[in-house]
Unconditional design. Structure first.
Ligand code: RNT
Ligand code: ZN
Length: 418
């Protein structure tokens, strides 16, 4: 008997249907963030370093420098990862060329600047999420939507509106919901004199952005909170309370987004998922790995990643109420590998969650003894055999078979870049 069939029988004894778990997982889109490939630089500015509360470290060779290079690297990752993917683009990945009239600033970008990405997604059957880029730009003063300077604010509001139009275009062209995430690094390094002013301006600015017409069935604007960032250690305008309140008060046009790197170290997003789903029909996630003060390390198959996946599954989030995206960037290791490890790990976490029997009855019967025993025992069920089967049925390499391909790609393609 094959290892998979044996595993299937073992799981069946626990009341788990492995074939069904595999089929379910295949239907869940996870957005792959384009920005792991080029250290969040994008193509619209001639900047050497990121700014605005966000930072990459490392200079591993092979960073994608052009849209073509980034697309080739993404293609590699798509081949190496099982599961349904969406692409996640930032506005700074606009592609300007002679045919579409050349460079424009962020307040003037149009759907045509994303036509090549639409063609890329169409050819690969991908949907696409989108993000206005409110950082790494001379018009950050350093604030954006919360700036006291009206001209600055206006510029960034126009950028946000342009991004709504682009998101609508992506959703229509690809016939797939487009999650449009608003995150700014607006904040202060040291103790502010006025904490309220920036938040009121931020709120009004988002109101203006969302006054741009769009179809809420197709475009899902989100607000992402953060606790602090590099250079903005003392105060963040878009704090957790701010963002959650904004989404709650505007639930006809906006949903909350939680990035699990954006909370105090003992807080967990896994627990916040059911808390939010008790009120919001839809929420969005950025899955990442926080480590000390950084929010963006490569996703590992660690306890909290598994717990996040478990909550998504238990709360019925795989049927569309939880929009899943990855968000991390590591410039110190092979970027294709970083992307692939994180994507495969989140797939593993979701498969593990789908292979976990529902033990709600034990909890409701106050049977905490048996619940503990079972929760511990499921940890050693033959997960790896089901994972291998999942990879095979998706036409993706199994563990141990993909890294060699990345090494070849590095030797042939990435090494040539400098
Ligand atoms: C930054 C936020 C934000 C960005 C991306 C690039 O801390 O998590 O989501 O990582 O938009
Ligand atoms: Zn994020």
């Amino acid at each position: 008997m094959s290892r998979y069939l044996e595993a299937k029988e073992i799981y069946a004894k626990w009341g788990v249907d492995t074939d069904k778990a595999i089929e379910t997982l295949k239907s869940v889109p996870v957005a792959l963030h384009c920005w792991q490939g080029d250290d969040v630089r994008g193509f619209d500015q001639k900047v050497d370093a990121l700014s605005g509360g966000i930072q990459t470290t490392g200079n591993y060779p092979g960073r994608a420098r052009t849209p073509e290079e980034l697309m080739a690297d993404i293609d590699m990752v798509l081949k190496l990862c099982p599961g349904t993917k969406k692409l996640n683009l930032h506005a700074c990945y606009a592609i300007f060329d002679d045919e579409n009239g050349g460079w424009v600033d962020r307040d003037k970008i149009e759907p045509k600047h994303f036509k090549k990405w639409v063609d890329f997604c169409k050819a690969r059957g991908l949907g696409c999420d989108f993000n206005p880029t409110f950082f790494s730009h001379p018009k950050c003063d350093p604030l954006t939507l919360s700036s006291p300077n009206e001209e600055t604010r206006k510029f960034w509001i126009e950028h946000g509106k342009a991004c709504i139009r682009i998101s609508q275009y992506l959703a229509e062209e690809l016939n797939c919901e487009c999650v449009m995430n608003i995150w700014t690094g607006d904040g202060f390094k040291d103790i502010p004199a006025d904490r309220m002013g920036p938040r009121v301006r931020y709120k009004e600015a988002i109101d203006e952005i969302l006054s741009e017409p769009f179809d809420f069935n197709k475009v899902k604007p989100c607000v992402e909170s953060k606790v602090f960032g590099i250079g903005v250690e003392a105060y963040t305008v878009g704090s957790a309370e701010f963002s959650l309140s904004y989404a709650a008060m505007n639930n006809d046009k906006c949903i909350p987004l939680m990035d699990n790197g954006h909370y105090h170290p003992t807080e967990v997003v896994s627990d916040k998922i059911p808390a939010l789903l008790a009120f919001f029909p839809e929420i969005a996630l950025h899955v990442t790995r926080p480590i000390r003060w950084d929010s963006d390390h490569v996703v590992l198959l660690d306890d909290e990643t598994k717990e996040i996946a478990k909550e998504i599954v238990r709360c019925g989030g795989l049927r569309g109420s939880v929009k899943i995206a990855l968000d991390y960037f590591d410039a110190s290791i092979n970027r294709v590998s970083a992307w692939t490890v994180g994507f495969r790990n989140f797939q593993k976490a979701m498969l593990m969650a789908l292979l976990t029997p529902d033990m709600t009855d034990l909890q409701n019967a106050n049977n905490w003894t048996e619940l503990m025993v079972k929760q511990e025992e499921v940890k050693t069920l033959p997960f790896g055999d089901v994972w291998a089967e999942y990879c095979k049925t998706c036409g993706a390499p199994v563990d141990g078979e993909w890294f060699g391909k990345v090494k070849e790609y590095e030797a042939e393609i990435l090494k040539e870049r400098n």
